[in-house]
Ligand binder design. Structure first.
Ligand SMILES: Cc1cc2nc3c(=O)[nH]c(=O)nc-3n(C[C@H](O)[C@H](O)[C@H](O)COP(=O)(O)OP(=O)(O)OC[C@H]3O[C@@H](n4cnc5c(N)ncnc54)[C@H](O)[C@@H]3O)c2cc1C
Length: 410
């Protein structure tokens, strides 16, 4: 069975994309014999009587799925860093804007500045241009010099190099500046101007910012999977991590063994919750997890070298596009950090840790449950912001009652 809260299969990149590899994988899923349930949110995962119980909600109501093996492939969400004006209408996450355009949002003729960090900026800028937007500038916070090591890793991945070159060539007339970032955006009712760190002011209709991605580890956390800090592909993961979730606080990424098994029997994990790696990494890890879950371990083992290559590339990318201090310090005292609860930077800065900030300011207590502000606060303040309890998404009382889950949390 495949459960996905998107109505259609394909995840972030391949939503509403038909041809190419997306089409091939769609066909494979269709012919796999798996029951596909779209529009279903899994809000809790728990070991019950040796099986993994998933509690779900959809428009049709609540349901419980018990399985012997579960592969968590929950992807990632965007990291939003607060800066002056970031809550104005017309300011989007890069991935979010791309997803909206894929769903029909019209950007023809719109003047857009794309800012932040990482290869997604180029991919989205190219996509927006293709859809008729006028991309005024791409502001990449990383210095060109930082990308030298990354260029070495790119040479080992000619496919990705070619893809990057093609994207750049498609928008060769668009300014692509390194060591550049948006310091604030201005406007009364909506965004009108973007200010760059060199003082330039650009008139805009929209701003798309992307400061990287954060893995969706919540389900892995609530089921009790171990976590760690390693950089995959370096071989460090075996030495520096704990497979025992009780030995310390949650560390950013889910830890798996060579067959993608987490520390919880019957729970495997693949893709972005293991560390941001991009689509190729997710595909190879998903395939490995599928094989391992189906008892075809030898096939999964055959993919280990490919996975290591992909993860080494991901680690190089992470180093190259690490966020610089200036970008982490853009919020002013009056800048909203938690937009669900209207909590400003000065109120958060007056606290000592995340839990204190939650109790004193309600930061992270709104509908997004810290999905947006939690990751931002972690990046800006260096606090451990990984406390999660079920339900991992807001759900109705009916769903809780019908599935026998998380009444304690409610
Ligand atoms: C908004 C956005 C846009 C992106 N655009 C690009 C791009 O253009 N190019 C690129 O190379 N990379 C892009 N990425 C990076 C992208 O995350 C990966 O490269 C790739 O999609 C990862 O594949 P995955 O299968 O690990 O996760 P995903 O593709 O994210 O798939 C995870 C799926 O799990 C579902 N899900 C998550 N939690 C639950 C739950 N609790 N219950 C039910 N379903 C759940 C999600 O809805 C999603 O369909 C984007 C990321 C984001 C966040």
């Amino acid at each position: 069975m495949l459960l996905d809260d998107n109505p259609d299969v394909g995840g972030q990149i391949w939503r509403r994309v038909g041809g190419g590899p997306a089409g091939v994988w769609r066909e494979r899923v269709k012919h796999s014999g798996a029951e596909i349930r779209g529009g279903v949110t899994v809000f809790d995962a728990e070991k019950v009587d040796g099986r993994v119980r998933l509690r779900c909600e959809s428009a049709a109501g609540a349901s419980v799925v018990d399985a012997e093996q579960v592969v968590l492939a929950t992807g990632a969400r965007e990291l939003f860093l607060p800066f002056p004006g970031w809550t104005l209408p017309g300011v989007f996450g890069v991935g979010g804007l791309q997803a909206l355009v894929k769903s029909g949002f019209d950007v023809r003729g719109k003047r857009i500045v794309v800012g932040g960090t990482g290869p997604l900026l180029l991919a989205v800028a190219a996509y927006l241009s293709e859809r008729g937007a006028k991309v005024e500038s791409i502001a990449e916070q990383a210095e060109k010099s930082r990308l030298i090591g990354f260029a070495g890793a790119m040479l080992g991945q000619p496919g990705k190099l070619w893809q990057g070159a093609k994207l750049r060539a498609s928008i060769i007339d668009v300014e692509y500046r390194f060591g550049a970032w948006i310091t604030e955006v201005r406007g009364e009712d909506r965004v009108r101007q973007a200010v760059l760190n060199d003082g330039r002011v650009i008139d805009v209709d929209a701003v798309a910012c992307g400061f990287g991605l954060v893995g969706n580890t919540q389900l892995a956390q609530v089921v009790g999977a171990g976590s760690g800090h390693w950089a995959l592909g370096t071989g460090e993961e075996k030495n520096s991590t704990s497979m025992d979730p009780t030995t310390g606080p949650w560390h950013g990424r889910v830890i798996v063994d060579d067959l993608m098994r987490t520390s919880v029997d019957g729970v495997l994990c693949a893709g972005e919750p293991l560390g941001i790696g991009g689509v190729e990494t997710s595909l190879v890890e998903g395939t490995m997890a599928g094989y391992a879950a189906a008892g075809r371990e030898e096939l999964a083992r055959g993919l280990i070298p490919r996975r290591r290559r992909e993860r080494a590339f991901a680690a190089a990318m992470e180093r190259a596009f690490a966020l610089r201090e200036e970008v982490l310090r853009l919020a002013r005292p009056e800048t909203i950090v938690c937009r669900c609860e209207d909590v400003t930077m000065s109120r958060i800065a007056a606290c000592d840790h995340w839990r204190g900030a939650k109790l004193l300011t309600r930061c992270g207590m709104g509908p997004c449950q810290g999905r947006v502000c939690g990751a931002a606060v972690e990046a800006m303040m260096g606090w451990a912001v990984r406390d999660v309890r079920p339900p991992v998404f807001p759900v109705s009382m009916n769903a809780l009652a019908a599935t026998g889950g998380a009444m304690e949390g409610a």
